[in-house]
Design a protein around this ligand. Structure first.
Ligand code: ADP
Ligand code: MG
Length: 307
């Protein structure tokens, strides 16, 4: 019987994933204000970034918390005075569902922006009861975009072009990527300046990370020189397991300050909220998941002040 090594660092797989990234540790490390210093409880208006921060939330693994992170960070930022657009780039449309934004039938969506050159302004919707929060929905049509984009001019830069032409006053654009490294994710990485990677605190969490980071490097070298890995967020942390804390430790050892201090715990409320068309920030603001995402968003907002 094969035994799962207790220490993820013992695994050749993890070593491979991490060895390719260890060298970028220093450059990825950036000055961070101690966002955790802010007193809990009452929220004030957070500092606005000097210019709109475009953040691609990417990881080609499914079910690691990309959508949950995109939606709840966006909601938390908007509740603290930021103007935030969530771009749903996953044909499953989970972010659109969680933000109560229609994405069935023939509603205009991101597919039409990418493939038919529809202006962004024609698809963006204000999220109900969430001032300052907007959603660009994805319908199932987007599933065809991976193939249809191949033959289009500037196929990697369609999203960037659409966002550049979109003149809304925004502080954050958060792009929820699909679980693949295809042309949709490439479009997100070309449009963004920052990559945020959610890492699930479990054994296989680091599998594929090397490949994702190599893609980020390739895109940086050839298509988008301003792209950088700005944020890693540890998700679905179960404090009762030794493995979760070991994965967290490994990730922190290799990525340093890129990893948010805040860790997102496993919380049933986080998985319930989308079926009510809400982020957990309004569904159950006192839950551990909501409080963690509020802290995570505060860290991100305060990092903006030092970028
Ligand atoms: P991805 O977008 O990477 O595929 P999701 O954000 O959709 O991942 O998360 C996958 C599933 O796990 C969803 O059902 C979601 O509700 C649930 N989930 C995400 N984060 C947590 C968490 N911290 N605690 C409990 N469930 C979570
Ligand atoms: Mg998702």
């Amino acid at each position: 019987m094969t035994q799962t090594p207790l220490n993820p660092g013992d695994s050749p797989l993890v070593r491979e994933a991490l060895s390719s990234v260890v060298s970028r540790e220093t450059s990825a490390t950036q000055a961070v204000t101690q966002a955790g210093d802010a007193p809990g409880g009452a929220e004030s208006t957070w500092p606005r970034p000097p210019k709109c921060r475009v953040i691609a939330v990417a990881n080609q693994k499914g079910g690691v918390g990309k959508t949950t992170t995109s939606v709840n960070i966006a909601a938390a930022l908007s509740m603290n005075g930021q103007r935030v657009l969530v771009v749903d780039l996953d044909p499953q449309g989970n972010a659109s569902t969680a933000l109560a934004t229609e994405h069935r039938g023939d509603v205009p969506d991101v597919y039409q922006v990418l493939v038919d050159d529809l202006p962004m302004a024609d698809i963006v919707k204000q999220v109900p009861d969430m001032p300052g929060l907007y959603c660009a929905p994805a319908t199932i049509d987007l599933a065809g975009a991976e193939i249809e984009l191949v033959s289009l001019v500037a196929r990697e830069a369609r999203l960037r072009r659409a966002l550049t032409a979109y003149e809304a006053e925004l502080d954050y654009i958060i792009i929820d990527c699909p679980p693949s490294l295809g042309l949709l994710t490439v479009n997100a990485l070309v449009a963004a300046e920052e990559v945020m990677i959610p890492i699930q605190c479990e054994y296989y969490a680091l599998e594929g990370l090397g490949q994702l980071l190599r893609n980020v490097d390739l895109i940086k070298a050839h298509l988008n020189p301003t792209l950088r890995l700005s944020t890693i967020v540890l998700t679905m942390y179960d404090g009762r397991t030794r493995l979760a804390s070991q994965v967290a430790e490994e990730v922190r050892a290799h990525f340093g300050d890129t990893v948010l201090n805040t860790v997102i715990p496993r919380s049933v409320r986080l998985s319930e909220a989308p079926s009510y068309g809400q982020s957990v920030m309004t569904y159950d603001p006192g839950s551990s998941g909501a409080m963690a995402y509020m802290d995570a968003a505060r860290e991100i907002a305060h990092r903006a002040a030092t970028v």
